[in-house]
Design a protein around this ligand. Sequence first.
Ligand code: GDP
Length: 552
Amino acid sequence: MSRHTRIERYRNIGIMAHIDAGKTTLTERVLFFTGRIHSVGEVHDGATEMDWLPQERQRGITITSAATTAFWQPRQGMGAGVPHRINVLDTPGHVDFTIEVERSLRVLDGAVAVFDASQGVEPQSEAVWRQADRYNVPRIAFINKMDKVGADFAMSVASIQARLGARPVAVQWPLGEGSAFRGLVDLVRMRAVMFDGEDGSFVDGQALPEAVRAEVEAQRLRLIEACADEDATVLEKFVDGRLEDITAEDLERALRSGALARTLVPVLCGSAFKKKGVQMLLDAIVNYLPAPSDMPAVEGFVPGKEARVSRPVSDSGPPCALAFKLMSDKAVGGIVFLRVYSGTLRAGTVLLNPATGRRERVGRLMFMHANRREEVAEVHAGDICAALGLKGVRTGDTLCDPAEPVVLESLGVMEPVVQLAVEARSPAELTKLEDGLHRLAAEDPSLRVGVDPESGQVLLSGMGELHLEVVVDRLRTEHGVEARVGQPKVAWRDTLRRQVRQEYRHVRQSGGPGQYAYVVLDVGPAPRGAGLVFTDDTRGGTIPKELVPAIE
Ligand code: GDP
């Protein structure tokens, strides 16, 4: 059997955003327009298709990183008329769950960064953006909520440049903002697109309204200048003053190469909620974001040896895949989400997990669509799929051909920052509690479970208060354990935490380095230290030396 979709027609993307920017709504619209779901549950009603865990529905936030397969046939651009397979990885927006964001960034090839048109770049969008920088993820930006009072496209684009240091290039210009948002100008084709009705339909190919012509021409010139830096043909025509000879294909080619090289960020706009601009965004995902075959060969090393290896993205050769998400599902049990980097992986094959040294048989393989699961016999390089039957796999583990072992570069796991003590309500429940925690920790590398030697309390360490709240919730709903929850008994922790909070406020107020910082508490049996780590260097969890005296 050969592959279902040619690899150049894949887009493995994430949608990343500050909480409330509209990521969930946009994801739903993407699935709606790609024809996979027919009635879109509004986020306000707490009924969404992407969110899997009950507590996400209650909270209205997206925590898990589910992968969903959809198909889109662009209307225009290099992918025009050809169905493309878009795998959408749902990335969480809350800063407590940045570890989840990091995991999905590791396995996707491109991302749509969503911003609220009335806010521009917000603190958490900045944190997520920096993480995407670290994983070299090519991006396009979607300025959402253009229908909202206070929407300001120009301000939002400018904030991407000012706050993120990126080179945003508007490829559209809105016609009207807030309640007057009625269409947009496609700056590549210099045509107006007017929205028509509530269902997302639009009329393309309209003449430009005279009132906006001067502004739109200035924006087109900016687009051409940016493209001239990326593409020799555009540059030549630009310096010769032959602007009218610059074709839509020229500009699209330049935008694609700039986006892939991460030297520019194409910017689009719309309103996910009102279903405006989503189809053009889907076209842009195909036209400006990379296929797995555009990405460099994946790097790894041979276990037990120093030797580094790279595995080209190809269906032939030994299979290797990375487990990036574990979930449990009532119907089928444990699901491991895999990104296949090279080779072909078949249901029933035995693979090696070099992290444990164990061989594991892949049971069933599935593609997850928004409303159904599709069982397949094999998956190929570039695929994102769900595997059943894997027992000892943890997030971040590599699965490979036992004859050709490789360990793909691991995911950065940040140090937990918040602790909570949990206690079983009765001695009989203790085993259930321990068992539940053990399973949750296996799914979630940012969760640590330990026993404090001084107090004997079971302590959970996680990325934030919300993170641990969710853990306690899941203990109850998935494992039937009502745990008693409290603060750890040891007093020095509170003192340290207070000091760190003060320091944190101080850094924020003084607008000091890396304005947005994580608080890191080194939570051992004795106070070893605490401090601030700036978003730029959270990775190793090291405490900047100059801060240690201040805290001690
Ligand atoms: P997330 O936290 O980024 O996933 O954001 P949601 O998709 O949950 O949206 C947050 C809120 O913004 C919800 O109340 C949405 O209905 C609302 N929202 C999302 N997109 C738009 C939009 O395009 N326009 C307006 N006015 N509201 C929107």
